[in-house]
Design a protein around this ligand. Structure first.
Ligand code: PMP
Length: 443
């Protein structure tokens, strides 16, 4: 039986008189949801409840921003305390130092910490810092990686038809947006990921002009694509050998893949690292951190980074409670999310095999994505563009919605496991996935 969603539909129709595409981001409107988004009324633990009164097991978790699940009591208490004692004092606050010190405990390279509000801001600031510190104009960005919506990043972060991509040695730079600064992509060098020889070739071509290489630790915006063994370590070595800064974008992986993110998991020492999402437990908190010598270039606005809402007191209270809770019981939270992630992925793989569905699941611990493809694995953007059926994925997700499971309808995003998810959630999700596939394929 399909769930009734008339109230969501009515709100969407009303919204078109005041909003564009029903909300505040294309990823929440019909571009992603197809017809209209589901408007949610309430979240609790692993569950969401929509305005029509339907309940869902939520595997989106605010694009990864809710590592503890919805309305965790410790976050509610922390935020309430901050609100009740004043949101903003227009001066530095003791709480931000506490959060910075907590980050330093977890993230080996965080010799200095600077707070921002979004992953976009943090990533943008690291590029400015790298350019300011090295005095060089260019940076390397990988195909299929997303670092936010700053002009200089907006190339090859959307899937394109394979024939448009050009040769791997010289990828065609297709901008992801209209309205960019005309020269925005001139200094962005585009390189295929998971390919050290392509990286070395690009460094050779632009010798002396490259300030930084920015990379996600695990690709999380073209499904989930793990790094090939040794690739990130190789990247780091090549960067060091050529005096180029290594920026690791841990907006998705920070405080998720491990307490210390990919940096800990893959034993990396990036020069600069960005965090967002999981840091603020639902509040808009981001940070960029790194080697003191580089970060000190921010001092007195030398490399400028401002922001009325930087280190918002409410966000900092949430971040402190969040990190402290994640670290309780010797990191049991991470064991839990990895175990649940493993069960969910294995269960889905078994189901696809049993039903003969042409789909795979790629994951690293608690981050996963289902890809409808006839390939055994998807290892980079080009593979993704050529071999992943996004329309089929969206149909599958719409069927999952009808069975009370909320995963991203965008094939390029991913699902995440939170501390709040249980074994029962996995069982219910696998049963719903079976029903959704039967709905779709009539098996
Ligand atoms: N970097 C990565 C790897 C991301 O996935 C995202 C958001 N999806 C960003 C940066 C931008 O973060 P925000 O949406 O908070 O600006």
């Amino acid at each position: 039986m399909p769930l009734p969603t008339q109230e969501s539909k009515a709100i969407f129709e009303r919204s078109l008189q005041s909003m564009v595409e029903g909300g505040s981001s294309a990823s929440r409107g019909p571009a992603t949801f197809g017809d209209y988004p589901l408007y949610m009324a309430r979240g609790e633990g692993s569950r969401l409840f929509d305005v029509d009164g339907n309940s869902y097991i939520d595997w989106m978790m605010a694009y990864g921003a809710l590592p503890l699940g919805h309305a965790h009591p410790k976050i509610v208490a922390a935020v309430s305390e901050a609100v009740a004692t004043g949101a903003h004092f227009a001066t530095a606050t003791p709480i931000e130092i506490e959060v910075a010190e907590l980050i330093q405990q977890l993230v080996p390279n965080a010799e200095r910490v600077r707070f921002a509000n979004t992953g976009t801001e943090a990533a943008m600031a690291t590029i400015r810092l790298a350019r300011g510190y090295t005095g060089r104009p260019k940076f390397i960005k990988f195909e299929g990686h997303y670092h936010g919506w700053y002009d200089d990043f907006l190339v090859a972060s959307n899937p394109q038809p394979p024939v448009s991509l050009g040769h791997r040695h010289d990828p065609i730079k297709i901008a992801d947006s209209s309205g960019l600064n005309r020269n925005a992509l001139d200094d962005t060098i585009l390189v295929p990921w998971n390919d050290l020889s392509a990286l070395e070739r690009a460094i050779d071509t632009y010798r002396g002009q490259i300030a930084a290489i920015i990379s996600e630790g695990i690709m999380a915006n073209m499904g989930v694509i793990p790094p090939e063994p040794g690739f990130l370590q190789g990247l780091q070595e090549v960067a060091r050998a050529n005096n180029i800064l290594f920026i690791l974008d841990e907006t998705v992986t920070g405080f998720r893949t491990a307490a210390g993110g990919c940096q800990e998991y893959y034993r990396l020492q990036p020069d600069l690292t960005t965090f967002g999402k999981a840091l603020g437990a639902g509040l808009p908190v981001a940070a960029f951190v790194g080697r003191a010598e580089i970060m000190e270039a921010l001092a007195w606005g030398g490399v400028l980074h401002y922001g009325t809402q930087n280190a918002s007191r409410i966000g900092m209270y949430a971040a402190r409670a969040n990190l402290q809770t994640l670290l309780e019981n010797k990191g049991a939270a991470f064991d839990h999310t990895w175990r649940i992630g493993h069960r969910l992925c294995e269960g889905l793989r078994d189901l696809f095999e049993e039903l003969g569905t042409g789909a795979i699941v790629q994951n690293v611990g608690p981050m996963l994505q289902i890809m409808f493809t006839d390939r055994p694995a998807i290892r980079d953007y080009r593979d993704y563009c050529a071999h992943v059926d996004r329309a089929k994925y969206q149909q599958f997700v719409k069927a999952l919605f009808r069975h009370g499971i909320y995963v991203t309808p965008s094939a390029v995003l991913h699902s995440v496991v939170s501390v709040a998810h249980t074994d029962e959630d996995v069982d219910l999700t696998l049963a719903a996935a079976r029903n959704a596939l039967v709905d779709l394929e009539g098996r």
